[in-house]
Write a protein that binds this ligand. Structure first.
Ligand code: CLF
Ligand code: SF4
Length: 292
């Protein structure tokens, strides 16, 4: 654990099903309050109405902070083991910071003991990391796929940053600098940062051990190497699949340097329940939004 991590955060981490494999009996709820994104990953194809697909970026609905709060009240009644509220899209939590902030405040007012977990591409971390700490967020996931802007330029199509649209190595360099700055800052405040890395065969797979070492230097608590899902309609639709063997070999190799996650389920942006059992379908279309 980073030096600044409090005992309270350590105890909560023991009940966080993503951060602690033995916390599999506890549930998380993703609230899909963040529809917009400020970058374009070549593997992304966000869809909003897909009931049978499970992967990041997919959700059946986008909720306002109030709608998410109402849905949370329904879910917490049914799930006494609910410990974590996550904001993981369907876009980027920090590209929709007002909504993210409002939703966190509403839920924290109801139950200050819940763990709030944020997932972001990291572009806006230098701007919002301090506020996240003030909001009581102690678990942040940053997706960092490359520490070489040349490789980053192959993974991202464009970046919207400070009123400009950037692309190529220039944009990839800004993204990387912001990710590492945010990671270092958050870790120095005792926030447990998990770095997600999408393993893309032939593109960043050989580079991943370097990514792991670099994020470790910047205070990352663990990394989660995930296989590319070549989503239909995305730029990477035709890219090769990564086998479980290749994935686990890379994780094993990287585990010599830093704690690795082996049990990620590549959840939807509206997933609910234990990691092994997404029950979000039971709560869909419950008319919680738009203030009825
Ligand atoms: Fe959600 Fe992510 Fe928080 Fe977990 S998911 S925001 S850290 S509460 Fe978990 Fe799902 Fe894998 Fe993410 S299994 S995709 S790692
Ligand atoms: Fe899609 Fe997430 Fe990448 Fe944004 S950061 S383009 S939502 S995968």
């Amino acid at each position: 654990f980073p030096e600044e991590t409090t005992m309270d955060t350590i105890l909560k981490t023991a009940k966080h099903p993503c951060y602690s494999e033995c916390a599999h009996d506890y549930a998380r709820m993703h609230i899909p309050v963040a529809p917009r994104c400020n970058i374009s990953c070549n593997y992304c194809n966000r869809r909003y109405d897909c009931l049978h697909e499970s992967r990041p970026g997919v959700t059946s609905e986008v909720l306002t902070p109030e709608g998410a709060y109402k849905k949370y009240l329904l879910v917490k009644d049914k799930l006494p083991n609910l410990k974590v509220i996550g904001i993981a899209g369907p876009g980027d939590a920090l590209a929709n910071f007002e909504e993210t902030k409002e939703a966190i405040k509403l839920i924290k007012e109801d139950d200050p003991e819940l763990t709030i977990c944020i997932s972001t591409n990291g572009l806006m971390l230098p701007e919002y990391a301090q506020e996240l700490v003030e909001l009581g967020v102690r678990h942040v996931t940053i997706t960092i796929n490359a520490i070489d802007p040349k490789i980053g330029a192959l993974i991202y199509k464009w970046f919207h940053y400070q009123g400009k649209v950037l692309s190529g190595e220039e944009g990839a360099k800004i993204l990387l600098d912001n990710q590492l700055e945010g990671l270092k800052f958050l870790s120095s405040k005792g926030v447990l940062c998990k770095v997600n890395i999408v393993m893309i065969k032939g593109l960043n797979d050989h580079h991943i051990p370097e990514v792991v070492n670099k994020v470790k230097e910047h205070g990352a608590f663990m990394t989660n190497i995930m296989p590319l899902i070549p989503a239909e309609g995305s730029e990477f639709e035709e890219m090769p699949l990564v086998s479980n063997k290749e994935l686990n070999e890379l994780r094993d190799r990287c585990s010599l340097d830093l704690k690795q996650m082996y049990h990620c389920k590549q959840c939807r942006a509206d997933a609910i329940g234990q990691l092994s059992q997404d029950i979000s379908i039971e709560f869909r279309g419950t008319k919680t939004d738009q203030g009825d």
